[in-house]
Design a protein around this ligand. Structure first.
Ligand code: C5P
Ligand code: C5P
Ligand code: C5P
Ligand code: ZN
Length: 477
């Protein structure tokens, strides 16, 4: 048996032993694509190991959520895709014997009070503890996959779960540098060996499996190709001028319907078009990327492509239907998939309406950051996705982080912050910005350097902004 991530192998074994010795387990995970895939990986590994368990999903692992986990009657509580940032709230229950905590996560661990050691548990599996970047090299699903591999016994092979681990990593946007990197590559390699993943260089547009070609190009906001991106007529004109037949019975074909040669023809034409319109070389090269396809899924469906799969999952869990997303991850199709597709339509509409709203309203500027407050117009569970999409939009600076507010409830505001790899290189750490600025106004937050979030009292928005602006200034100034 090989170790997908050798640096984490010893800790993974210790964590696996603890889980395998449990009479029963309560499994708690996060409500996004990475959290659902983490939950599904852990659930499958537990099932295969014959350990009884129950599963629960939480929007945020705050003290109340941990109390709910503690109120269940299980020997071990396994937290996936969160937990590291909440060890201070987990420890009291752990010490009181409410549960034995095992955490498989990739978020920034909590720092202790000044002058004290940070809270820690023995069964803590997090890439950041082993010199691996939790924002770009391993996701929550990846950390859980490492645990699942360590839980294998005679006759059990969990390598097929690499497919879900890759969906989780891509759902957390860890493939933005032309493909998956670092520890994630070890997981991809195992999935390829196990025959569940295909790794191919292909066009880097969202919707290769399901979008008709004009929509694929029109919606390609990340590439920003003049005359095509955001331009329905332009996209159709570009495609119509190519010397290949891109329609069948009057209907546009999808990328997945094209032969290898046809794909090359379209991709080269797209690059030539981009160059002729003055798109800089690095963005022209960005037309292609390493893509990951799930071999077992039907061609032309949302589940075949890992990014589309991750959107399906966000469309369930972020709308209080984690049960549907989990079922899809566990391989249920039929009714579960129909339901997921219905939710997906709503999610897509919400994303596009939300982004339109931001573009129309524009963003406000502080000195070192830009922000918008969507109030109740954007659901707080998807405001982070929209903030990330807005960073590629016209009228939004790419050289400053963006903060997005949405109403969480009567008393609280949700904040989502998004940056870029470039800004992180300059010193930006949004996890620090969110946790410190939130703490300064009586809220809480955390996350990753490039993407983080917080919950704060509603009336503290402006004080929070001042504090966040000041910290960003210190980091990148
Ligand atoms: O809680 P979790 O770690 O799963 O959330 C990570 C969030 O960070 C996701 O919403 C993901 O889209 C975002 N992200 C990003 N850009 C990156 C890495 C992550 O927007 N480069
Ligand atoms: O929803 P999810 O976080 O998986 O979306 C990841 C990225 O996929 C978004 O940032 C966006 O660029 C793209 N996307 C899209 N159209 C959608 C959903 C997602 O272009 N309907
Ligand atoms: O919700 P959003 O996608 O903006 O979250 C971005 C990152 O910030 C996620 O990793 C999430 O777990 C983290 N976060 C947090 N505390 C909050 C809100 C978000 O640690 N109150
Ligand atoms: Zn995650």
């Amino acid at each position: 048996m090989s170790d997908p991530v050798p640096a984490m192998a010893d800790r993974a074994s210790v964590c696996a032993e603890r889980v395998l010795a449990a009479d029963s387990v309560v499994l708690a995970s996060h409500i996004d694509a990475d959290g659902l895939t983490s939950g599904a990986i852990a659930a499958t590994a537990l099932e295969r190991a014959g350990i009884p368990f129950e599963t629960t999903f939480e929007k945020q692992l705050d003290a109340a959520a941990i109390d709910r986990v503690a109120a269940t009657d299980h020997e071990v509580a396994l937290f996936t895709d969160f937990g590291s940032g909440q060890l201070d709230d987990i420890l009291p229950h752990h010490r009181a014997g409410d549960f034995d905590a095992v955490v498989a996560d990739h978020h920034q661990p909590v720092t202790g009070e000044e002058g004290e050691d940070p809270p820690e548990i023995d069964h803590h599996l997090n890439p950041l503890l082993f010199g691996i970047d939790g924002a770009s090299e391993l996701s929550g699903a990846g950390a859980t996959y490492v645990l699942a591999r360590a839980m294998e016994s005679e006759g059990v092979d969990n390598r097929d779960l690499a497919a879900l681990a890759v969906v989780g990593a891509v759902g957390d946007m860890q493939d933005t540098d032309g493909g998956l990197r670092g520890a994630n590559e070890g997981i991809v390699a195992e999935g390829v060996d196990a025959g569940v993943i295909e790794e191919v260089t292909d066009i880097s547009l969202y919707g290769r499996q399901t979008r008709p070609l004009p929509k694929l190009l029109e919606y390609a906001s990340e590439l920003r190709i003049p005359g095509i991106s955001g331009d329905e007529e332009g996209a159709i004109k570009f495609l119509s001028e190519l010397e290949i037949d891109l329609k069948v019975d009057g209907d546009w074909r999808r990328w997945v319907d094209l032969s290898f040669e046809e794909r090359q023809t379209v991709a080269s034409a797209l690059m030539r078009h981009a160059i002729s319109r003055g798109v800089p070389p690095d963005r022209v090269n960005g037309v292609t990327t390493t893509t990951y396809t799930l071999s077992a899924e039907e061609v032309g469906t949302e589940l075949r492509d890992v990014s589309e799969f991750s959107t399906v999952l966000n469309a369930t869990a972020r709308y209080e239907r984690a049960d549907v997303g989990l079922a899809v991850c566990l391989g249920y199709r039929g009714e579960a998939l129909d339901e997921a597709r219905t939710l997906l339509r709503t999610h897509r509409r919400n994303l596009s309406e939300g982004l339109e709203w931001v573009k129309t309203e524009g963003v406000e500027r502080a000195e070192h950051l830009q922000w918008f407050d969507a109030g109740t117009r954007i659901r707080e569970t998807i405001v982070g996705i929209i903030a990330g999409m807005a960073l590629g939009a016209e009228g939004v600076r790419r050289d400053q982080p963006i903060l997005a507010f949405a109403q969480e409830n009567e008393e609280e505001l949700k904040v989502s912050a998004r940056g870029s790899g470039f800004l992180v290189g300059e010193g930006l750490d949004l996890s620090v910005v969110m946790s410190e600025a939130a703490a300064a106004v009586g809220g809480g937050g955390g996350g990753h350097d490039v993407a983080a979030g917080a919950t704060i009292p509603r009336e503290k928005r402006d004080a929070f902004l001042d504090e966040a602006d000041r910290i960003v200034g210190e980091q990148v100034g």
